[in-house]
Design a protein. Structure first.
Length: 207
């Protein structure tokens, strides 16, 4: 049996969360290696691209969250077989990754520099991404693709929840509701899905 270790930050969310949920859905045991920021800074130079997540498979290290996510999602039945539906899924994965990257460029900034950078994003790229992802979800109906939960829904869910959390200074927590209200309905649908509720119930049991 293949041995898996997923290394990501010690919180529920971000690029690693869809992979954790997919592993849970697939029923595949894996080591959920969670690092705090101080631990990450000590090992950052040893990572391939200075970033997480990383998946170790029998000693082979794989990077890139969307690639890892698709791999595990196929094992979990969370990725479409149909080529067009897979394309829709990949579009959403890429769009959310671009939005996350745009926000990531502001981390490490403080004070007025952070305020200026975040407000520029809200007035530009971030709102464009929110509206665009909303259009992708609206096209699919209740879900991004295949009329069912896929890995793309998990990634969109993570972004929406993050933007609505109030945890991002200078990003209005009602941004999504104002610009793409269908994403709020989508977030609620995904968080109540048995796959997701089962995962978080297992987290609570094991914590």
């Amino acid at each position: 049996m293949t041995s898996y270790t997923l290394t990501y930050f010690d919180f529920d969310g971000g690029r690693g969360e869809m992979i954790r949920i997919a592993f849970h859905k697939a029923g595949i045991p894996f080591e959920d290696r969670r690092l705090n920021f101080e631990q990450y800074m000590k090992v950052r130079g040893d990572t391939r691209f200075g970033a997480l997540p990383e998946l170790e498979m029998d000693g082979t290290v794989i990077t890139q969250s969307n690639a890892i996510g698709r791999y595990v999602a196929k094992k979990a039945g969370l990725y479409p077989d149909d080529e067009v539906q897979a394309l829709y899924c990949d579009e959403a994965l890429g769009a959310v990754e671009d939005a996350s990257h745009a926000l990531g460029t502001t981390f490490g900034l403080e004070g007025e520099a952070l305020k200026e950078a975040r407000e520029k994003l809200v007035n530009g790229k971030l709102t464009t991404y929110v509206r665009g992802v909303g259009e992708i979800v609206a096209r699919g109906g209740d879900y991004v693709a295949d009329e069912r939960l896929t890995i793309a829904d998990l990634k969109v869910f993570g972004l929406t929840r993050w933007l609505c959390s109030g945890a991002l200074d200078h990003v209005p927590p009602d941004l999504v509701e104002r610009e793409a209200p269908m994403l709020i309905a989508h977030m609620k649908r995904v968080e109540s899905d048995p796959v997701v509720t089962s995962y978080y119930a297992s987290r609570a049991t094991n914590s």
